[in-house]
Design a protein around this ligand. Structure first.
Ligand code: F0G
Length: 457
């Protein structure tokens, strides 16, 4: 077996701006220890997100030039529509400017007080859109998904027993839809099995509840099914994808992930009446139905990306590259979430920095240490992002203190990834010198974006 190589050559490159450790100490101080406040050209390897950060192919750039910017009826829209119909089997396709715009439209129509939505785990923006409508978002992740260090093949699955109980308890009439997030981003990029999708669909059908898929990383999920689930090894990825969507009544998608686009998203579905309601809102919030929130050139890039992402050589390389980094870290004793997810490596900051109490934000402290040591930008997914305050003012911590290193698609090579592993291992060796952080300024919602911190002495 030879090394799995990057299945592309590089035609256009962007410079990485190097800086010194001393400069990075000052930059982090100026950014109040918040990675969102660092300018991106002060970052050497940017693993803040895999969203909108993909490298497009020469074919996609060709599509960008071909993009037809007509207000109505652009051929770019019809190519986009066909690409989405081909992969999802859903006839009604609604373009939006990104994933959360699709969510906003869908949940404004279906949500409201007294409604419940159920998922394996809703992503933050999805949950926020549901709650903004007045409805309640319920996560029913399977038991094995809750333990970062315990490997299992499909830790993104929804607990079907809890699903049945929840439907009976809340009443099917109050549940406008159930949603599977594939892969499960907030739960470590872990996949959902075909068997789970099928079972969830059966239960939903029994109670006449539509099943929607949050399809951001549908191709990565399909690859995990191919390599981990019995009976799928010899099935081509497009057919696995077709089967996944065959169980769904509709989907939302951020094209900034598995469509290799820098912007874009869509809603797709079978229900004509619901689609009409969505389009009515679309015209007010996004644009005319044949462009939604997008330029014709974006529609072209997405249409091409949706096909490219299902290439087996690409997916093998993609999933292997995340696993490769995870393995290097495990070998060095670094506590990471296992097994590797589809788009990111998650460090367990609670174990990594066991000397820092949760109210001193070990995740954010680790994010800072990785930046200072090697100019790597990551993101805390822990008590800074999800923590709440008790009435006494005490922090109610999140269940997990994680640091996510999300790998942009087709952007970094194996030597970049080797460098990332070296930096993390170096920081791990010197972890006792890392100090906790204290908040000096914060906003009431989504505080992690703008929060200002300072080290605790
Ligand atoms: N659903 C999932 C599973 C996501 O990961 C995201 C975005 C969205 C919906 C929203 O899509 O950003 O296009 O509006 N995730 C990014 C991330 C932001 O960094 O994980 P969007």
């Amino acid at each position: 077996m030879h090394t799995i190589i990057e299945p592309f050559r590089i035609k256009s490159v962007e410079p990485i701006y190097f800086n010194s450790k001393e400069e990075r100490i000052r930059i982090l101080e100026d950014a109040f220890y918040n990675p969102f406040l660092i300018h991106s050209n002060d970052v050497l390897i940017d693993l803040l997100t895999d969203s909108g950060t993909s490298a497009m192919s020469s074919n996609q750039w060709g599509g960008i030039m071909r993009g037809d910017e007509s207000y109505a009826g652009s051929p770019s829209f019809f190519r986009f529509q066909k690409a989405v119909q081909d992969i999802t089997g859903m006839p009604l396709v609604i373009p939006t400017h990104q994933g959360r715009a699709s969510e906003k439209i869908l949940f404004s129509i279906l949500g409201g007080k007294g409604k419940y939505f159920i998922s394996n785990t809703f992503f933050d923006t999805t949950r926020a859109n549901i709650e903004f409508s007045g409805a309640e978002a319920i996560d029913l992740l399977c038991e094995e998904g809750k333990f970062p260090s315990v490997p299992a093949p499909f830790k993104g699955n929804l607990d079907t027993e809890l699903l049945k109980q929840c439907i009976i308890e809340k009443g099917a009439a109050n549940i406008p839809l159930c949603m599977l997030t594939i892969t499960n981003n907030s739960g470590g990029g872990q996949p959902v099995s075909m068997q789970n999708i099928r079972e969830v669909k059966q239960i939903c059908a029994e109670y006449k509840i539509p099943l929607f898929i949050d399809a951001c990383r549908f191709a990565e999920n399909a690859w995990f099914i191919k390599i981990r689930e019995k009976g799928y090894a010899d099935i081509p990825v497009p057919e696995i994808v077709k089967e996944i969507f065959s169980y769904a009544d509709g989907c939302t998608m951020s094209a900034k992930k598995d469509a290799f686009a820098n912007i874009g998203g869509f809603l797709a579905m079978h229900d004509t009446e619901l689609a009409q309601l969505c389009r009515n809102l679309l015209v007010i919030t996004e644009g005319f139905p044949t462009y939604g929130g997008l330029a014709g050139r974006d529609l072209e890039a997405i249409a091409i990306g949706l096909q490219e992402v299902m290439d087996a050589h690409y997916l093998e390389y993609r999933i292997r590259s995340i696993e490769y980094l995870t393995e290097k870290l495990i070998a060095a004793g670094v506590p990471v979430m296992q097994p590797a997810g589809g788009h990111a490596v998650y460090l367990d900051a609670k174990q990594f920095l066991s000397h820092i109490p949760v109210d001193q934000y070990p995740g954010e402290a680790l994010v800072g240490a990785l930046y200072i040591e090697g100019g790597i930008r990551s993101v805390e997914i822990g008590s800074l992002m999800f923590g709440k305050y008790a009435e006494s003012g005490e922090l109610i911590p999140a269940a997990l203190e994680l640091v996510r290193l999300a790998i942009p698609r087709r952007v970094y090579t194996q030597s970049h990834i080797d460098y990332v592993a070296e930096v993390i291992i170096e920081v791990f060796k010197n972890r006792k010198n890392i100090k906790g952080l204290r908040i000096v300024e914060e906003s009431p919602v989504l505080r992690h974006f703008t929060v200002k911190l300072t080290p605790v002495n």
